[in-house]
Design a protein around this ligand. Structure first.
Ligand code: DTR
Length: 351
């Protein structure tokens, strides 16, 4: 009996020692760095782990850990476990998380330049919109992000309507409560619907409680949130994308060694493109899955209705211009740059 107790004690001590000692060593197959200190970075995200902002977060973590040979270790917190959608920007500035993923659409008025991307300019893919957003940011280095270091930017795919009742035409939108955010919410208003603005992380509960009859978002959420189960009707409208930024606490960034900074900077644009490509492919996959699993019905707006929607929402671009100008930005030049970048990336994608 005593021998048993001694053996158990020895085993316990070994477990404690092993878990404690390994804590600051690189993990996995990364080569060990001798006595070089490991830098640990916390990364907060607001939606569940299965969704695209978190998939891109895990990919970024993997690449950073591989490219720094384990000298940087990224600890990820999906699902709002460290910071929620609406306090992401402030939380990162206050140091509650080192890194955070935020959607500019959730904080109207705070991001006058980058929200040009959520205007109805007709993006057809997340890859094109993500690269256009990234390149626009690189050109203007806007004041709205001066308090933090921007690690990458990307967008959702174009938004479409998912609903519990069929929306076969614009007329069916009249008075329909749909969850959206930012400029896409304004777009719904202009078309006669009743937008209910909230971050995506609150959409499942709103749908479940019947507060909304559907939502406006990119269609991959049909699978990632299982919205296809309740929203059996999808209307392809190709409404705007939602822009995102991954930001880092400025002091934490300043404290990083130059070689680590170079790795993160070297990954920034590549990560934007990776996310766009992943998103576009995942939308297609989620649609197939939703058809097979829930036999969803898909409606397409006619060309005439698309033109009508464009005409009714054109005022939003003017509204953005006025806000941008009030913030001291060269609105017309920014918009022209955005359209040029869109055309360039679309042409590259078509090849
Ligand atoms: N459509 C935006 C952004 C978005 C698209 N897919 C997801 C998944 C998880 C969070 C956000 C998003 C939106 O509706 O918020």
């Amino acid at each position: 009996m005593r021998a048993m107790i001694r053996l158990t004690a020895v085993l316990l001590a070994a477990v404690v020692l092993l878990s404690g000692c390994g804590r600051d060593e690189p993990k996995g197959d990364a080569p060990k760095q001798g006595k070089t200190a490991v830098i640990r970075l916390s990364y907060a995200n607001f939606p569940p782990a299965s969704t695209f902002p978190c998939v891109q977060m895990e990919r970024w973590k993997q690449e950073v850990e591989r490219r720094t040979q384990g000298r940087i270790v990224v600890e990820t917190y999906p699902g709002g476990t460290l910071l929620e959608a609406k306090n992401m920007f402030k939380g990162v500035q206050d140091g509650q998380a080192d890194i955070g993923c935020l959607s500019m659409s959730y904080q109207p008025g705070v991001f006058p330049l980058t929200t040009v991307v959520e205007q109805p300019v007709g993006f057809r893919s997340s890859r094109t919109a993500s690269l256009a957003l990234f390149d626009l940011f690189a050109k203007y280095d806007p004041a709205e992000f001066k308090a933090v270091k921007v690690l990458t930017l990307f967008t959702s795919a174009p938004s479409n309507i998912m609903s519990t009742v069929p929306v076969k035409s614009l007329a069916d939108l009249a008075g329909l409560e749909l969850r959206a955010s930012g400029a896409p919410s304004k777009m719904l208003s202009a078309l006669g619907a009743t937008p209910v603005s909230m971050p995506m992380s609150q959409a499942p509960e709103a749908l479940q409680k019947g507060l909304v009859k559907g939502l406006l978002s990119s269609l991959e959420v049909l699978k990632d949130f299982n919205f296809a189960e309740s929203c059996r009707y999808e209307t392809v409208t190709d409404f705007p994308v939602y822009p995102f930024a991954v930001v880092m606490n400025r002091a934490k960034w300043d404290s990083l060694p130059d070689d680590a900074k170079a790795v993160l900077d070297g990954l920034a644009r590549e990560q934007a493109e990776w996310t766009g490509v992943y998103m576009d492919g995942h939308v297609r996959e989620a649609l197939t899955w939703s058809k097979n699993t829930y036999d969803i019905q898909i409606f397409e707006l006619s060309d005439a209705e698309r033109a009508e929607a464009r005409a009714k929402t054109a005022g939003l671009i003017e509204e953005w211009k006025a806000q941008a100008a009030a913030a001291g930005l060269p609105a017309d030049t920014i918009l022209a740059d955005l359209n040029r970048l869109k055309a360039e990336h679309e042409a590259a994608e078509a090849k």
